[in-house]
Design a binder for this molecule. Structure first.
Ligand code: FRU
Length: 501
């Protein structure tokens, strides 16, 4: 007998039809990424459910397939055998049940008994003046798949509602991130206090992913770390526990915290007995303009790999006029050195390379171009010797009127990324403290059609930004105050991984 289509299946089909239509109507492709994950059409934000399942990396994401603006959230889905080549898969989750009718918000994935489980936030908007006195209800819900592609929502949802007691705001509780440890399951959930505008993270535990118990407030803001912690994530690298989170409402401090919301981590130790995470101070995970809601996973090789949304809330997104909005960073492999996170491109990304130009020992003073070093989709690895220079300036995506600049000032040890002249789109400058090692500055730059990601000193500092240069803005210029030596430059054009974009 033919099974009746569930509400969920019908909602997924409507959304898939909307994508097919929107893809046909999509505008100019000039800013479409060649090798980053972006949706075929429509709006995306946070990475969700990043995991390794059945031989592939799976990356879900917050998705509004019906327009290039944020709207009722679905989960989009892409998969990759190697973190390099990605394929689009059908939408995994669509909103529509009483507990998620206004959105399937962020969450995570875990394999259990060969099945893939998603734990996500069901978001319901409440009308003004309702009896709860809140504008929303957020609960945590499960969906399960046997093939990693088609998901069924669990009939007993929600599996987590607000705890009955505790200093927990009854309107904000979202973005569960699960992990397994010694046969038990845990999840950390973003939250805020009821008594004050302080963000916090809640710890839950379960034996079967269905029956969850509140353990404790795992960590919280002591007043200067924002009013809400979104997208918390806990991972362990060697001896170091890492709580990643995205605090909203942190005030700017000097050159730090200039983006609308922040994303970073606190290193520390989670006491599984009390559920309390004893933490070191908050550190940013990226010093650029566009980096939010990172999510990590441990892969089959035991590596911790993180990916983030490479955009910022309320930022101008010129690609919206072309029918799409938002993209992910490249995946970044995390390690810890002296309690600080290093985020570097994983080895596999070398498979993107389709050519190479190498230059060694080039002296640079005045603005210099190097033969063949130009383009809009490339990786560039540089070792710069600044012993004879006070600083240097590298310009990318250069045309007569446009450029995106990366400047290093030796006396202040500041690396600055400036997009004032990048072209249309958001402008400004971001800065990061970077120390030289033996007067050497090592940079790895990943350029795509509308993004730049800078990895300085092996990933000890990263800076990510969306930029929207014209098609002819492909030049690269090197300049120095004094004399800089490019000890070595490797320039790699990168390939287009999307087959039918
Ligand atoms: C973070 C966030 C999450 C929420 C999702 C909604 O960017 O606000 O807290 O689940 O986006 O799309």
């Amino acid at each position: 007998m033919k099974k009746e289509k569930t509400n969920h299946q019908a909602a997924v089909e409507r959304a898939m039809e909307a994508i097919r239509q929107a893809q046909k109507e999509r505008g100019d492709a000039q800013w479409r990424p060649a090798y980053h994950v972006a949706a075929r059409a429509g709006w995306i934000n946070d990475p969700n459910g990043f995991c390794f399942y059945d031989g592939q990396y799976h990356l879900f994401y917050q998705y509004h397939p019906f327009s290039a603006q944020w709207g009722p959230m679905h989960w989009g889905h892409a998969a990759s055998p190697d973190l390099v080549h990605w394929n689009h898969l059908p939408i995994a989750l669509a909103p529509g049940e009483p507990y998620d009718k206004d959105g399937c918000f962020s969450g995570s994935a875990l394999e259990k008994d060969g099945k893939l489980y998603l734990l996500y936030t069901g978001h319901v908007d409440l009308p003004p003046g309702n009896s709860r006195g809140q504008d929303r209800i957020e609960t945590q819900n499960l969906a399960v798949s046997e093939d990693g592609v088609h998901f069924e929502k669990y009939a007993g949802n929600p599996v987590i509602s607000y705890p009955a007691s505790g200093d927990i705001h009854q309107g904000h509780m979202r973005d569960p991130k699960m992990w397994r440890r010694e046969g038990r399951y845990y999840c950390v959930i973003g939250s805020r206090k009821a008594s004050a505008e302080h963000g916090q993270a809640l710890l839950y535990t379960s034996e079967d992913l269905i029956d969850w118990k509140f353990v404790s407030v795992m960590a919280s803001s002591d007043g200067d770390l924002g009013f809400m912690w979104e997208c918390p994530d806990f991972t362990q690298i060697g001896e170091t526990g890492l709580l990643l989170f995205s605090p909203q409402g942190v005030e700017p401090q000097g050159r730090k915290y200039l983006n609308l919301h922040q994303s970073g981590y606190a290193a520390g130790t989670l006491n599984y007995g009390t559920g309390v995470f004893c933490r070191e101070p908050f550190e940013l995970l990226d010093y650029g303009f566009d980096f939010y809601a990172p999510q990590s996973m441990i892969d089959d090789k035991g590596r911790c790999v993180m990916i983030a949304w490479m955009d910022m809330w309320k930022s101008e997104m010129p690609e919206q006029k072309n029918g799409w909005a938002g993209m992910m960073t490249i995946p970044r492999a995390l390690s810890v050195e002296n309690g600080k996170v290093i985020a570097a491109p994983p080895e596999e990304l070398k498979h993107l390379r389709v050519g190479r130009i190498t230059r060694e020992d080039v002296a640079v003073g005045e603005a210099t171009r190097l033969d063949g070093v130009a383009g809009d989709v490339y990786e560039m690895d540089l070792t710069l010797d600044l012993s004879g220079a006070d600083g240097c300036e590298l310009s990318f995506r250069v045309s007569k009127t446009q450029r995106t600049t990366l400047r290093y000032d030796k006396s202040s040890r500041i690396l600055s990324l400036n997009r004032d002249l990048s072209s249309v789109g958001p402008k400004g400058e971001r800065q990061a403290a970077v120390s030289l090692e033996d007067c050497l500055l090592k940079l790895r730059i990943f350029m795509d059609r509308s993004s730049i990601e800078v990895f300085a000193q092996g990933g000890r500092r990263t800076m990510s930004a969306r930029i929207y240069p014209g098609k002819d803005a492909t030049g690269v210029l090197f300049a120095a105050e004094g004399e800089m030596r490019i000890r070595r430059l490797d320039f790699y054009p990168l390939k287009q991984i999307w087959r039918c974009d």
